[in-house]
Design a protein around this ligand. Structure first.
Ligand code: UDX
Length: 496
């Protein structure tokens, strides 16, 4: 099928590369001439596993091309996907990019084309697009809403092996056109160049892929509801982490126990530094704004947002309580991207932490496997190191801000040896506390039992004593079958 994709960002490029991978001829259009040239030269503008390979195959097969002029990309297309950003003004969505794309469609689309909106937009946007297009063209065009559920780092697999496809539409035939394009995905019959990117999904996905045809408003709300629910789940576990800290409980074990209940499920229950990235922060605000302007008070969303804002302060709070004064301290920050396997730093907790620390006159040296440059003004105040050891040399604390898989195997003894104070603040609970303590670190995780305490004189000591922790032997069993306290393998007797 002839397809056009407007927008060569994260969603648009993954969408275009995957659609070309399953056999369609795809023209990508973007107003950013530099990006279009870069793509035409064979460069991939950001890190996304599988994308570079799929773009390469698409170019080689001649099924993928890149354009700046909508007149070159849109006229032959049977489906036109709008995948442009929706920015925000506080809690209001800024639809200017969506409106510009819809206007290009109005001018250049064929009469039998179907416009597919994949940009996350407030409820009612599809209706607005339909009206705009009709006014500009002088005739109607079929439009559908097809929200994307692509998470960075797994976006290619999310597109090719989705857990569901949601289509909001007024016209049945427009749905059929989109279903025809998605057929290999819906049936799980992917051609060879794409099949390899969904390995590992077999156990979790359903074939045929569940297809939900809804009213446009429902599809639009579903996207916000999905992201909001995941964000609430994360804020919930972060609140449990704060409670766990007070009582000497371990939130990771709480998560494991919760996740084994199929009504809850194991995903998005990892306590950490709070949610970031390009979607959750803005989607939660826009959904809240949408609700409030219609007279609904979105109390759960407000609370989730508040918990998230507090969670961003966790690192500075733990540094303060352990180092007492932060003036003139040196902090090694490991991880800058908002999550692993991406070089995306939009709303990354690490950047907010770096900014707070710099304002407090702390010297920050950072290392990230994929991010080697920071935007202004942080580029002038945060040093970028070539590796974790270089970042940690002379540091008073090592802060892990992103759970890159390789950080689980950090050479802890070597890091400890080059640091001034052996304090490890693990903002993602991705370091084994026993390994860290064995290497001589004072280990502080998120909700992992209050954390070790650095002695007042700041000297390194492996002896860890939780502020609120009771002697396990003094605890009275709640039930005869339950041993008093928790067995501990920690030589210092503190457990986790
Ligand atoms: C999200 C949605 O998952 C995706 O479906 C949507 O279309 C776009 O937004 P993304 O922003 O790429 O994707 O990241 P995601 O993996 O969802 O993580 C969001 C944030 O939550 C990250 O900051 C991550 O670190 C944090 N997170 C995630 C946690 O803190 N704990 C968890 O257990 C999971």
């Amino acid at each position: 099928m002839e397809i056009a994709v407007i927008g060569a960002g994260h969603v648009g490029l993954v969408c275009a590369a995957c659609l070309a991978g399953i056999g369609h001829r795809v023209r990508v259009q973007d107003i950013d001439g530099d990006r279009v040239e870069e793509l035409a030269r064979g460069e991939t503008p950001f890190l996304e596993p599988g994308l570079d390979e799929l773009l390469g195959e698409g170019r080689k097969s001649g099924r993928l091309s890149f354009h700046t002029d909508p007149a070159d990309a849109l006229p032959d297309a049977k489906l036109i996907f709008i995948c442009v950003p929706t920015w925000t003004n506080g809690d209001t969505a800024d639809l200017s990019a969506v409106v510009a794309a819809a206007s290009a469609v109005a001018k250049h689309a064929a009469d039998d084309a179907v416009l597919v909106n994949r940009s996350t937009s407030p409820v009612g946007t599809l209706e607005y697009i339909r009206t705009l297009v009709e006014e500009e063209r002088g005739s109607a065009l079929d439009v559908v809403s097809n929200p994307e559920f692509l998470a960075e780092g797994t976006a290619v697999a999310d597109f090719l092996a989705p857990y569901r496809i949601v289509i909001g539409a007024w016209e049945e035939w427009a749905v059929e056109r989109l279903v025809e394009a998605y057929r290999p995905i819906l049936d799980g019959l992917l051609p060879e160049p794409t099949r390899r990117w969904v390995k590992g999904r077999e156990a979790t996905r359903t074939i045929p892929v569940p297809l939900l045809i809804t009213a446009p408003e429902t599809a639009e709300l579903t996207k916000y509801a999905a992201n909001a629910f995941l964000a609430v789940k994360i804020s919930f576990i972060n609140e449990m982490a704060t409670i766990a800290d007070r009582f000497g409980a371990d939130v990771d074990e709480v998560s494991t126990a919760l996740g084994l209940d199929p009504r809850i499920g194991p995903h998005f229950l990892a306590a950490g530094l709070g949610w970031g990235g390009s979607c959750f922060p803005k989607d939660i605000l826009v959904l809240k704004g949408m609700a409030e302007t219609s007279g609904v008070s979105a109390r759960i969303l407000s609370a989730a947002n508040e918990v998230n804002t507090d969670q961003r302060r966790w690192v500075v709070h733990k540094l303060r309580s352990n180092l007492k004064t932060l003036l003139g301290r040196r902090v090694a920050l490991l991880g800058l991207s908002f999550k692993p396997n991406t070089d995306d730093i939009r709303n990354a907790p690490a950047l907010e932490i770096a900014d707070d620390l710099v304002r407090l006159n702390v010297h920050v040296r950072a290392f990230d496997p994929a991010v080697t440059r920071l935007p202004a003004p942080l580029d002038g105040s945060v040093e970028i190191a070539a590796d974790p050891i270089a970042a940690a040399t002379g540091a008073d604390a090592l802060v892990v801000a992103t759970e890159w898989p390789q950080f689980a195997d950090l050479p802890l003894a070597e890091l400890r040896a080059v640091m001034r104070v052996p304090l490890l603040i693990d903002g993602r609970n991705c370091i084994d506390p026993d390994r860290a303590r064995a290497a001589g670190f004072i280990y502080v995780g998120v909700g992992r039992g209050g954390g070790d305490v650095l002695p007042i004189n700041g000297r390194a000591s492996g002896a860890a004593t939780g502020e609120s922790r009771q002697d396990p032997a003094s605890l009275t069993p709640m039930h005869p079958a339950m041993p008093a306290g928790r067995p501990t393998t920690d030589p210092a007797g503190a457990g986790r």
